[in-house]
Design a protein around this ligand. Structure first.
Ligand SMILES: Nc1ncnc2c1ncn2[C@@H]1O[C@H](COP(=O)(O)OP(=O)(O)OP(=O)(O)O)[C@@H](O)[C@H]1O
Length: 451
């Protein structure tokens, strides 16, 4: 393993040399001003930084040092910054700590003490990195590709694990964009059918006359334009999984044909006379109220029962605790890579807007919104303007003090845990409480520690 990377931000060349020499256990990178410091952060991602507050052009003040600190933390919030300040400069050093610096040391630097402080900062940095990695692996993805920490969604993922290996037909209910296809794919991947195909069809987007031949295929000459034999999607999915999205939009005559297939497990191509046995697992989905459609006579009751052997309901994003910030971080990290942008962070205000917005278009809307923000964002931080979301009006407030306190405590904890990406040490830091206190509060509110 390479040496740990330490960035020394210091404009005094003599002191730069001295620090480099005394801290030779580390790979020391140096920067003499703000611009170079931020560039080095992007390039090397050091775990720990020592930062002289009196940087040019403000040698005697701390404005440039504070601005550098702010930018470093915006680019790499996990970095531990140790501020070095003049003897008279305690107030500015304390301000830096309030801004998020890890610690401060007064100049002239005591070379007995500084290496110890640096080593301790590295230990904390590494612990938090490890913690983050573990949580990422264990809880962000209860099923591959599904990012959540919401108790309802985690329960749903456990149901998916149980149902996947069975032969049951599954009905997925949930608003548009909440992840129905993602869950359908997880059911396929975790079944014994994962080596065969997963084929999806959206009943709402295909005209009624074409849907029948899309599903069952047709023989050559079956209708005008049927120049050759074409296999239907159900047949193509043989051995695998067939996902019927927006099943509520299927016309009644086709519902009868689908029912026949579900009962007899054979298909007949349009214009054909042969019954072809097909072995597929059917998963279907809708955002509509199928029971109501049944009541209205627009959906066959017998088909409804056939399709809903197992019904899984996916909660809308607004009802998932902590998932808004969690998914926002997830998509931001992903789009920074795919759009070749250096690491971005969210401003406090942007996270607040994300957490308050209702997300009527659910995860799909969030995905698009964050992609846009990553593309539009000018600086190292995503701001509310980059998100382009409407600001929410707050509703009527409850007035019972204990109720309000409890609700606020719960909310702020879940928010901190989500913002800290589940990292307990960091969440406790954000909340300004010790780790044991955070555990107590989590117990009190029944928030499970994941992983
Ligand atoms: N929990 C999640 N974690 C990560 N990505 C998710 C999650 N839920 C949904 N997505 C992503 O959001 C997008 C929309 O999801 P998906 O297409 O599965 O929704 P849907 O409910 O099928 O939408 P529609 O009703 O419009 O067909 C996809 O890109 C999907 O990968």
């Amino acid at each position: 393993m390479g040496r740990k990377k330490l960035l020394v931000v210091e404009d005094d060349v003599g002191l730069q040399k001295q620090l480099r020499w005394s801290l030779s256990d580390y790979e020391v990178i140096v920067a003499g001003d703000r611009e170079t410091a931020v560039a080095q952060i992007h390039r090397h991602r050091p775990g720990v930084v020592t930062l002289d507050l009196g940087l040019p052009p403000d040698h005697d003040g701390a404005s440039e040092g504070h601005a550098t600190l702010q930018q470093i933390l915006a680019v790499a919030p996990e970095t531990k910054v140790i501020v070095l300040s003049g003897n008279q400069d305690r107030a500015n050093a304390l301000k830096a700590v309030a801004m998020g610096a890890y610690d401060f040391q007064q100049k002239p630097v005591d070379m007995q003490v500084l290496p110890l402080v640096i080593e301790r900062a590295f230990t904390l940095f590494e612990m938090q990195e490890e913690n983050r990695r573990m949580l990422q692996i264990q809880s962000d993805s209860p099923l591959a590709g599904i990012v959540t920490r919401d108790p309802g969604m985690l329960q749903l993922c456990r149901s998916v694990e149980k149902v996947a290996p069975t032969t049951a037909t599954v009905m997925l209910l949930g608003d548009s964009g909440c992840g129905k296809e993602l869950i359908a794919r997880a059911l396929h991947r975790m079944s014994g059918r994962q080596d065969a195909r997963f084929i999806a069809i959206n009943c709402a987007s295909i005209p009624e006359q074409l849907l029948e031949s899309e599903l069952f295929g047709h023989e050559k000459g079956a209708f005008t334009g049927a120049a050759q034999q074409t296999l239907g999607k159900i047949e193509l999915a043989n051995g695998g999984t067939f996902f019927l999205d927006e099943i509520g939009d299927m016309a009644l005559p086709l519902q009868a044909k689908l029912l026949r297939f579900l009962q007899e497990r054979v298909i007949e191509r349009v214009g054909g006379r042969t019954e072809i046995p097909v072995d597929v697992r059917i998963v279907c989905a809708t955002h509509q109220d199928l029971q109501a459609l049944v009541q209205d006579g627009r959906f066959r009751r017998d088909l409804f029962y056939r399709l809903s052997e197992i019904v899984l309901t996916i909660p809308p994003l607004r009802e998932r605790t902590g998932d808004r910030a969690l998914l926002a971080h997830h998509f931001k990290n992903r789009f920074c890579v795919t759009e070749s942008r250096s690491t971005l962070s969210f401003s406090e205000e942007a996270l607040r807007v994300i957490e308050q917005y209702d997300w009527p278009g659910n995860v799909r809307e969030m995905e698009n919104c964050i992609k846009r923000a990553v593309i539009m964002c000018d600086g190292p931080q995503i701001t509310p303007a980059d998100l382009g979301l409407p600001q929410m009006e707050s509703g009527e407030e409850p007035v019972n003090l204990r109720q309000v306190r409890d609700a606020a405590e719960y909310k702020v904890m879940v928010t901190a845990l989500a913002r800290a990406d589940g990292n307990i040490v960091k969440a406790a830091e954000l909340l300004g409480v010790s780790r044991p206190t955070l555990y107590d509060l989590m117990n009190h509110h029944g928030i499970r520690r994941l992983g």
